[in-house]
Write a protein that binds this ligand. Structure first.
Ligand code: GTP
Ligand code: MG
Length: 273
């Protein structure tokens, strides 16, 4: 059958979809992974509602043994409860699955410990919508002042992965472990199907690259945890570096999907990236 009579295929169908809508017409979801965050979760939900009322709030209670889920519900969030702890990657994948199933156009991760300031959501949104085909916008603590003192062992790990990742994706990555990230529909589709489990942030960036999806950083300030405990202790940060490095190397040696920019389906049917 001859083609040519109809309108030309848009080069970036997802972006065309975005720019055709005003930001308010897009359906936006804030995914809040939370594990035993009863000290901060209500504040986080209220702050999102206050600073970004156009975002629906989904708290993924990752098998907490405290009042996290109940307090999130009381603060007005929709809550998914894992029957047991799956880890941050599992919590985020549940959020992306929810976003896909409910037809959201945009999803952003906001940590339940209060480190991510929701007043940045409109800036992240503008970058995603007006950035010329950007699929993910990452809030970076290191483009400008971090806003709090990042412990030395953590800084070294971040610097290490910045160098490795910048080489792999062939663009400068300053904050590869930032969880403060916003994705559009392509990112939602990809991560609903496959999201790294343990310490997922670095691997998720490699996945974006392998699927020809574009990532941009935006400077943000973050704050210290409001309460509760960090998952990354000194010993764990060494484990983190070894584990993530191995995972990245294994991923690189896998067969790549053949997805070109503008392809309507960014998600490969193959396993891995
Ligand atoms: N620790 C931990 N956090 C989880 C888990 N599942 C979901 N989360 C949430 O994931 C978010 C990020 O976890 P954090 O432990 O704060 O990791 P981080 O932000 O990289 O580390 P800090 O900068 O030290 O806070 C928090 O909102 C957690 O509540 C889990 O199994 N363990
Ligand atoms: Mg945190």
């Amino acid at each position: 059958m001859l083609s040519g009579g109809g309108p030309p295929e848009p080069k970036l169908p997802w972006l065309e979809g975005m720019s055709g809508h005003s930001s308010s017409a897009l359906r936006k979801l804030a995914i809040v992974p939370a594990y035993n965050e009863q000290g901060s979760i209500a504040h986080v939900v209220s702050a999102i509602n206050e600073h970004a009322p156009d975002f629906d709030v989904l708290v993924v209670d990752d098998g907490s043994t405290d009042w996290t889920g109940t307090l999130a519900e009381q603060a007005g969030a929709t809550v998914i409860r894992h029957p047991f702890n799956l880890g941050i990657g599992g919590a985020m994948q549940s959020g992306f699955k929810y976003a896909l199933r409910h037809g959201y156009d945009v999803a952003v991760q906001i940590d339940g410990d209060g480190q991510h300031d929701p007043s940045y959501l409109s800036a992240l949104m503008s970058e995603l919508r007006d950035g010329g085909g950007v699929d993910m916008v990452c809030g970076s603590r290191f483009r400008e002042n971090a806003g709090y003192k990042v412990p030395l062992h953590r800084r070294l790990g971040i610097a290490f992965f910045s160098v490795i990742l910048s080489m792999i994706v062939r663009q400068r990555v300053t904050d590869p472990t930032s969880g403060f990230r916003m994705v559009g529909r392509h990112g939602i589709e990809l991560f609903a199907r496959d999201y790294p489990h343990d310490y997922p942030e670095v691997e998720a960036l490699v996945m974006m690259h392998a699927h020809r999806l574009t990532v941009r950083e935006l400077p943000v300030r973050m704050t210290e945890r409001k309460s509760g405990r960090s998952s990354i202790t000194n010993t764990l940060s060494v484990y983190y570096m070894v584990k993530v490095l191995l995972a990245v190397l294994v991923n690189l040696s896998r067969k790549r999907p053949t997805i070109e920019p503008g392809s309507p389906a960014p998600v490969s049917a193959q396993r891995g990236i």
